[in-house]
Design a protein around this ligand. Structure first.
Ligand code: E4P
Length: 215
């Protein structure tokens, strides 16, 4: 399973990209708004840092508007992926953009039927939101597992992005459930990499070394 970083914060993107662990970045209108900067400029900057798929989301509700926005987003950088909400209008936009060779990420997926429809419309990626399902007492991981099983049975090439990831357990379970990618907030990356025994171990090695050889 690969990792995307789920943020539009440039400092966080630079820091995690330098670790060499991410293959892309996902943004959404809330994440872009949180940074308070121009959408196109923010996306351009992200694409100049990370050599991988960068998802930028449309804001229109109708297919025509989504297609127009999608073409503009795709023109920003060759690595752009157009993020489109899972609606009937969204699927129409995915169909058109896919025919034009533009990659799409169908977002706000909360059921296996939605994922199947998105795949058949030509989506490059589907993003089931596991945390938001957990929030309403519906096991989000079951959805990831079901979609992964269906896509495997039917040789569907659309990749599954486990989205709305809230903690490291989500990451491990999404990997076991068959997600191709997990898009993770920076906080979760930091939780994944830290272990108190690692810190204690480093401290002890240092102490032992210095006791014999000095600083
Ligand atoms: C996915 O692409 C979304 O940007 C994101 O994972 C949503 O996460 P949230 O439910 O924590 O807002």
């Amino acid at each position: 399973m690969k990792f995307f970083l789920d943020t539009a914060n440039i400092d966080e993107i630079k820091a995690v990209n330098d670790m060499g662990v991410i293959s892309g970045v996902t943004t959404n209108p809330s994440l872009i708004a949180k940074e308070g900067k121009d959408f196109k400029e923010t996306i351009k900057e992200i694409a100049s840092i990370v050599d991988g798929a960068i998802s930028g989301e449309v804001n229109s509700d109708d297919a025509e508007g989504m297609i127009k926005e999608g073409r503009e987003i795709a023109a920003i950088h060759p690595n752009m992926v157009v993020k489109i909400p899972m609606t009937a209008e969204g699927l129409k936009a995915v169909k058109v953009l896919t025919k034009e060779g533009i990659k799409t990420n169908v977002t706000l997926v909360f059921s296996a039927t939605q994922a199947l429809l998105a795949a058949r419309a030509g989506a490059t990626y589907v993003s089931p939101f596991l945390g938001r399902l957990d929030d309403i007492s519906t096991p989000g991981m079951d959805l990831i597992r079901t979609i992964a099983e269906i896509f495997a049975i039917h040789n569907i090439e659309t990749e599954i992005i486990a989205a709305s990831v809230r903690n490291p357990i989500h990451v491990i379970d999404a990997a076991l459930a068959g997600a191709d990618i997990a898009t993770v907030p920076t906080k979760v990356v930091n939780q994944m990499l830290k272990h108190p025994l690692t810190d204690q171990g480093i401290e002890k090695f240092k102490k032992d070394w210095e006791a014999t050889f000095g600083k």
